[in-house]
Design a protein around this ligand. Sequence first.
Ligand code: SAM
Ligand code: SF4
Length: 315
Amino acid sequence: MRDACGRTIRYLRISVTDRCNYRCRYCMGEDGVSLHTHAQMLTFEEIAEIVAACAQLGIDKVRLTGGEPLVRRGIATLCAMLKGIPGISELTLTTNGSLLPLYASDLKAAGVDRLNISLDTLDPEKFRSITRVGTLSDVLDGLDAAERTGFLHTKLNVVLIGGFNNDEIGAFVEMTKDRALSVRFIELMPIGDTADWDAKHFLPSSAVLAAVPALERIDTDGVAVRYRVPGYVGTVGLIPPMSEKFCDRCNRIRLTADGKLKPCLHSAQEVSLKGLHKAELFQTLKLAIYNKPKEHHMDCLHPSGSVRRMYEIGG
Ligand code: SAM
Ligand code: SF4
């Protein structure tokens, strides 16, 4: 359906849990405390009912995220339930990748179409430092497992952090030389803990073009502008929510693990769907989508208007 600004809303991102096995410094506090009890979380049946109502309103693309979606027990069962809903043509999942060696084949069998894997550094010590607890080889094994299982067009999401990984831009781009990967550089956003981070950490995505002048623009893919080094198999995407905000072409809404619909990532506006069914659910969703905020007002001096941190929303 169209919102009040005339944008066609087709894409629902669902955070299936606010728990995670990592504690990335730009996303979560060190304690990783989950604010929600099991009773507050949407059940699989509730998520499926919401997705079915969204499908009736024109949503055809669903992405599962978190927290870490693969720590939610039975995640493949949920995937199969959602993929079976009439109108849902694409089901994707964003993961830190560490548990893919265990779950990649179950996800494939459940009908997941594509994976996004988050990875911000190729250096094992820096990886431990940014995730606080993670091991780089687990994620690289996860990426291999995804490829072996037959997942195609996997996207590798790299959050650009000045003074942390800007010296690795070239190494990430080189990963696209022989692998059919899309490496996507995402600008760091000031939300939660990063609202207080020094401006030097917020790099524009154009830093990637400056670091690798050989990149040639191909096209746009949703919110990403795609590039390729001539002759390389994979592609490079730039996602600039800060330097070139793309609110006028935003086609997405978000659902939190405790059942709040967030029509805009960076707005405090939320609508509770937990406990709503049938006509009441449908009408509430329709109104919330219609009233999607026009744009965000965030830059490195003005943090996101969201009161939730990234791990509660799903990115
Ligand atoms: N745990 C999964 C993962 O890491 O891919 C899914 C959830 S995570 C919140 C989704 C995405 O949000 C990840 O790619 C992560 O790097 C990104 N993210 C988290 N905090 C961010 C921030 N402050 N700015 C930009 N991206 C952020
Ligand atoms: Fe967990 Fe993903 Fe947040 Fe890292 S970015 S703490 S992996 S939810």
